[in-house]
Design a protein around this ligand. Structure first.
Ligand code: NAI
Ligand code: BGC
Length: 266
């Protein structure tokens, strides 16, 4: 059993809060050196990197908008300049801009697709180019590189009032599987994690008041997820313990994707 990520370099996008933050912590705890990417909130990202260093690990915080090609290229260049290589990408950044379909603006549609889908494409492309450059010479893991996309249960569960978001995550599923099919022979592993309802800032407003109870009706396992639930899955997918897992989505959702509304005859 080897969950260790010692001598490996990981880049986590959108790691100044929520799932990205927990993934960066988890990867560092498993021994990886971590790049903590942030878009606009440098402070929590810097603080997390400092905390990891204090605990004996290696980490830096780097800014960059994943939907901007130049930013992404710079982010990867700075990662290589700092750590010399890249072994693990967690393409985590994402956002919601919710409204009923009739009122959804083109700007809100575009923004969500640009960050949640185009951002994942740009980061995956930059990562695999770097993995190809490194080839087999690093010898720190059985695969020459690992890409983990942060998807959502909404890659399969349609979501009224959030059609831009659900479309972006449906796109992430096809993006992940198509890349995995195309480059699998190169020993680059590509997978997704699809969380259900996890307590982070992205859904803070929907958990207010009666919100949590409403969400719990959709979770057979009976609790809202913690960011660490997702981080644990990401660390496993990044490690050699999952070396034969390729082109798969790991649902971390307490059973949300079981359509619990049909439990009692529908
Ligand atoms: P969050 O709002 O705490 O984190 C989102 C992160 O993405 C933030 O750090 C934000 O700065 C970053 N980000 C946004 N736009 C960016 C950009 N242009 N460039 C770089 N970074 C950017 O929310 P959470 O929950 O941690 O979300 C992380 C990912 O998990 C997202 O892709 C989200 O869709 C996904 N997810 C979350 C679930 C949940 O229940 N919390 C469930 C399923 C998926
Ligand atoms: C969304 C959250 C939501 C969860 C379950 C995620 O993709 O970002 O807001 O709570 O799915 O519906």
């Amino acid at each position: 059993m080897n969950l260790s990520l010692t001598h490996q370099i990981a880049l986590v996008t959108g790691a100044s809060s929520g799932l990205g933050y927990a993934c960066a912590e988890g990867l560092a705890a498993a021994g990886a050196s971590v790049v903590v990417n942030y878009n606009s909130h440098a402070e929590p990202a810097e603080a997390l990197a400092a905390q990891i260093r204090q605990q004996g690990g290696q980490a830096i915080a780097l800014g960059g908008d994943v939907s901007n090609e130049e930013d992404v290229e710079r982010l990867f260049e700075q990662t290589i300049a700092e750590f010399g290589a890249l072994d693990i990408l967690v393409a985590n950044s994402g956002l919601q801009k919710d409204s009923p379909i009739g009122e959804m603006t083109l700007a809100d549609w575009n923004k969500v697709i640009e960050v949640n889908l185009t951002g994942q494409f740009l980061c995956a492309r930059a990562a695999l180019r770097q993995f190809r450059k490194q080839g087999t010479q690093r010898n720190v893991s059985r695969a020459i590189g690992k890409i983990i996309h942060m998807s959502s249960v909404h890659q399969v569960i349609p979501w009224g009032g959030h059609v831009n978001y659900a479309s972006s995550k449906g796109g992430v599923d096809m993006l992940m599987r198509s890349i995995a099919q195309e480059i699998g022979g190169e020993k680059i592993r590509v997978n997704s994690v699809a969380p259900g309802a996890i307590a982070t800032p992205i859904n803070a407003s929907s958990r207010e008041g009666e919100g949590t109870n409403k969400i719990l009706k959709l979770v057979p396992y009976g609790r809202i997820g913690d960011p660490v639930d997702v981080a644990n899955a990401v660390v496993w997918l990044a490690s050699d313990l999952s070396d034969y897992v390729h082109g798969t989505t790991l649902f971390v959702d307490g059973g949300m994707s079981l359509y619990p509304g049909f439990q009692d005859n529908g």
